[in-house]
Design a protein around this ligand. Structure first.
Ligand code: AMP
Length: 540
């Protein structure tokens, strides 16, 4: 007879993580920046009690297992309560992205069949622009400003009073849906990704690992990445799992406000897209002695490639950047750019070369690169291929299976749409999005590598490189830049700056200066819109 495991079949659900808050971490603080910039202070015991009341109230008002409850909120204590309260009653937390157009928000809410909306009072003007197009059973308003909530809506504080303290949890299977997030959709319609309790628990445990982000009870964590962007990269849940203090920036994402929070609350770990850190870099360089942050503060940067100049600058500020790569479809963390112990004797330059890569796949995340026919390519650090992933927090389909035909390989791996190289040590280096590569005279040019190098120029603030049709070469790279106030940077300046760093055919043939690079709803460069803007470009 074959030997059977004697281990219990214990479900990995958020309920267990929520219970730990009251048992082990009741006094740990949750601090939120309010719209008027004051700080709201509460603790995990209060968040726990209110999350349970929210769960109870939702059940009493008819929300059933598997129903989606939408949030349209900034990062703050009430959003955290929704993060916990909705899944523990069997509901699905659906975070709506407040930076999308009203039409897109309505499309997504309808597509997900959201039953209830919980919204910040300061975001009601946004809701009013699409309320005719949606049909929520109830709209619950969080009175962040303290102003009276209009009678047509339900006041969140009143709603919590409907709930009972002794809410008893329903039976939840670890594979039940817990949360939902739509892709930011740079092409086509946004698609829904549905996280399970299991995927969320496993993602949190892996993120907390010392060789993950090393999140522990002694950390003070500030997700600047919005809670509507891939669950704030899991940090809200990971902090709950380990009992780390959370400091949430509310609607104030400007460099000064964030630096004040980091200093005032002695934040040890923060996370966001590169555009946030570029603003912080400028603020710190302008006033080097103004803020004192904790020693060895960690900054997780992802969502777009991290320019080397940013890594170096933050090392000077004693704020260590850790690059993360992932997507809404992947929990979101897939790889982390940490230097392996076996490479610790590399010299400084080689370490930077390692840290600008997207890093090593996390445990249980399988990665491969393939060619156009799906044939696997070698891990030699030179060959580029389409990156494909699979793992317990990688989506295997989209909500309602829509628009996903080309997103999965025949054997079920997720096609990321990113083009990568992988070296013999296993480091992933993202060279481009499939659609952003520049194909010049049959050669592929990486727009990401060029952008990152150009952003190292002392007078350049932002740079995006796009492919523009060319009569002879098929496509050639055009660099679109934003320069520092009062500076002028020419095509020749940039070409000279890049010379020696790249093959000659890579150098952009033209450099255009504009006031601001258009950004997506999650703060990334919107190259699609630049391509549109420059589609009739005529080369000299
Ligand atoms: P999203 O689903 O909005 O999180 O977007 C995911 C996409 O962002 C990925 O497929 C990548 O193209 C890009 N991305 C995320 N992290 C990085 C990174 N560290 N470096 C380069 N691109 C990244």
């Amino acid at each position: 007879m074959s030997t059977k495991s004697t281990m219990m079949d214990y479900p990995l659900t958020l309920t267990n993580m929520v219970e730990r808050l009251s048992t082990y971490y009741p006094s740990v603080e949750v601090v939120s920046r309010m719209p008027d910039k004051t700080l709201h202070r509460t603790n995990y015991l209060a968040v726990y009690k209110r999350a349970k009341r929210l769960a109870s109230a939702l059940s009493k008002r008819g929300v059933k297992k598997g129903d989606c409850v939408a949030t349209l909120m900034w990062n703050h204590y009430a959003h955290l309560e929704a993060y916990l309260g909705i899944p523990i009653m069997g509901g699905v937390l659906h975070t709506l992205n407040l930076r999308l157009s009203p039409e897109d928000i309505a499309y997504i809410a309808n597509h997900a069949n959201d039953k209830v909306l919980i919204i910040d009072d300061i975001l009601l003007p946004l809701y009013e622009q699409f309320k005719e197009d949606v049909t929520f059973d109830e709209v619950i308003v969080v009175p962040l400003t303290g102003e009276l909530v209009s009678a047509e809506y339900t006041d969140y504080e009143d709603y919590l009073k409907l709930g009972d303290d002794d809410f008893s949890y329903p039976i939840i299977d670890e594979n039940d849906a817990a949360g939902m997030c739509y892709t930011s959709g740079t092409t086509g319609k946004p698609k829904g990704v549905v996280y399970s309790h299991r995927s969320t628990v496993l993602h949190s445990m892996t993120e907390a690992m010392v060789d993950g982000l090393g999140v522990s009870q002694s950390d003070v964590v500030t997700p600047v990445v919005p809670m509507f962007h891939a669950n704030a990269w899991g940090l809200a849940y990971t902090s709950v799992l380990v009992g780390a203090k959370q400091v949430l920036p509310g609607p104030h994402l400007g460099a000064e406000s964030l630096m004040d929070l980091y200093e005032g609350e002695q934040v040890t770990l923060s996370a966001g897209v590169p555009t946030i850190w570029m603003a912080i870099k400028q603020a710190r360089e302008a006033e080097p002695n103004r803020w004192k942050t904790t020693a060895n503060m960690r900054m997780v940067v992802g969502g777009a490639a991290v320019p080397e100049s940013l890594l170096r600058a933050f090392d000077r500020f004693d704020m260590k950047i850790i690059q993360a790569w992932g997507m809404t479809e992947t929990g979101p963390l897939a790889t982390l750019g940490l230097v392996k112990n076996s490479l610790s004797n590399l010299n400084e330059e080689a370490k930077y070369a390692c840290r600008i890569k997207q890093g090593l796949a996390l445990p249980f995340v399988d990665i491969r690169i393939v060619d156009e026919e799906g044939v696997e390519l070698p891990w030699d650090g030179k060959t580029s291929g389409n990156a494909e992933l699979r793992g317990p927090w990688v989506t295997g389909s989209y909500h309602n299976n829509e628009g996903a035909d080309d997103k999965f390989s025949k054997d079920g791996w997720l096609r990321t749409g990113d083009v990568c190289q992988i070296d013999q040590e296993g480091y992933v280096k993202l060279t481009d999005r499939t659609k952003d590569l520049v194909k010049s005279g049959g050669e592929w040019i990486s727009s990401v590598d060029l952008e990152n190098a150009i952003m190292g120029h002392p007078d350049v603030l932002e740079a995006a490189v796009i492919a523009v049709a060319h009569p002879k070469w098929d496509e050639r790279p055009l660099a679109v830049i934003v320069v520092k106030a009062g500076k002028v940077v020419t095509t020749d300046d940039i070409r000279q700056f890049l010379e020696g760093k790249f093959a000659k055919i890579w150098l952009p043939d033209a450099v255009e200066t504009i006031d601001e690079i258009p950004k997506t709803s999650t703060g990334k460069f919107m190259k699609m819109s630049l391509r549109e803007q420059y589609k009739d470009w005529v080369w000299d």
